[in-house]
Design a protein around this ligand. Structure first.
Ligand SMILES: [Zn+2]
Length: 324
């Protein structure tokens, strides 16, 4: 049986070193008993770290932190061919798949190292979570469960109570800016803005700056001005409908910044540092109740778009704007 593995270009980042060492120390002390949920709002770093930890666990001649890169297991992992590394995505994972894997694993020698890496466990169905629970209560020998998520608060307590939660830390902002300057040429204020929008993830900051969404962000900012001026949020409909879901997140950051300025927060705490003057021009509204309501509705909308299936996106956004 083949399972997907998205980490084909294994590039390491310096800010992951410390966390990686702490995690390996933890495994070395706790041997095979720990089932860890890696919680991070940034997918890229999380997946990379989970993959590196998996490689180290699977290596037959590891030297404390380091995988040897020469044993047969390391070579198979390098070629994405190690048969007992199961990387599973919430979109394709179901009860039958979990059962099939466990049947496979139970046929193996108890000395064989197995790693089951499941991403976005907060998005698994109730039935899949129940099946997973039965397995992790009595895990097969030499089997590591690496569970990752973006939002630990909505992972069911039944799972959380049986695992150790590892909160991934983001690198220091100034450190990240210094690193970003070595890989992408842009003004510092732009880099800092992108970094803050991406919750401190330097990798995501680069991806955002290179995406179409970055231009849509400026269009959105102008449209907010129009919509607030005319008290008609429906003017935002074309830009919200024609962009990815992340445009809703960008709108949340703008509205959050307006609220911060209304509360006389220092400008240095804003997210959209490159657009402070524009955001300041929105302050004439001076109706904090209305802005709070929009902010709260936007957060609900963002939640539904991310965590609920079969949502009519257009209607949801329309409902949001009509209720302004
Ligand atoms: Zn090795």
């Amino acid at each position: 049986m083949a399972y997907e593995n998205n980490v084909s270009n294994f590039t390491w980042y310096p800010w992951l070193n410390n966390q990686y060492k702490k995690i390996i120390n933890f495994y070395n002390k706790n041997k095979h008993n720990a089932i860890i949920i890696y919680n991070s709002i940034n997918d890229n770093s999380n997946n990379l770290l989970c993959y590196a930890v998996s490689r180290r666990l699977i290596c037959q001649n590891s030297n404390y932190y380091k995988s040897c890169n020469t044993c047969s297991n390391c070579i198979l992992m390098s070629n994405n061919n190690y048969p007992y590394y199961y990387k599973l995505n919430y979109l394709t994972l179901n009860i039958q798949k979990i059962r099939d894997i466990i049947v496979d694993i139970n046929k193996l020698s108890f000395k064989q190292v197995k790693v089951i890496h499941i991403t976005n466990i907060e998005k698994l169905t109730y039935q899949t979570i129940s099946t997973l629970l039965k397995i992790i209560e009595y895990p097969p020998s030499m089997t590591y469960f690496i569970l990752s998520c973006n939002n630990i608060s909505i992972v069911p307590m039944t799972i959380r109570s049986r695992c150790i939660c590892w909160n991934m830390q983001i690198p220091n902002e100034n450190y990240s800016i210094k690193w970003l300057k070595t890989v992408i040429h842009n003004k510092e204020i732009i880099l800092r803005t992108s970094l803050r929008i991406c919750n401190g993830s330097p990798i995501n900051a680069i991806l955002l700056l290179k995406s179409k969404l970055w231009n849509s962000r400026y269009i959105l900012l102008n449209q907010i001005n129009n919509a607030l001026l005319k008290d008609d949020m429906l003017l935002l409909l074309p830009i919200l409908n024609s962009s990815k879901n992340e445009i809703i997140y960008l709108l949340i950051t703008f509205i959050s910044d307006i609220i911060k300025l209304m509360k006389n927060t220092s400008e240095s705490f804003l997210v959209n540092l490159d657009s402070i003057n524009k955001i300041k021009s929105f302050l004439y509204i001076n109706n904090i109740y209305k802005i709070y309501k929009l902010w709260s509705n936007l957060i609900n909308c963002w939640y539904y778009l991310n965590y609920k299936n079969n949502i009519n996106r257009e209607l949801l956004i329309l409902h949001l704007l009509v209720n302004w």
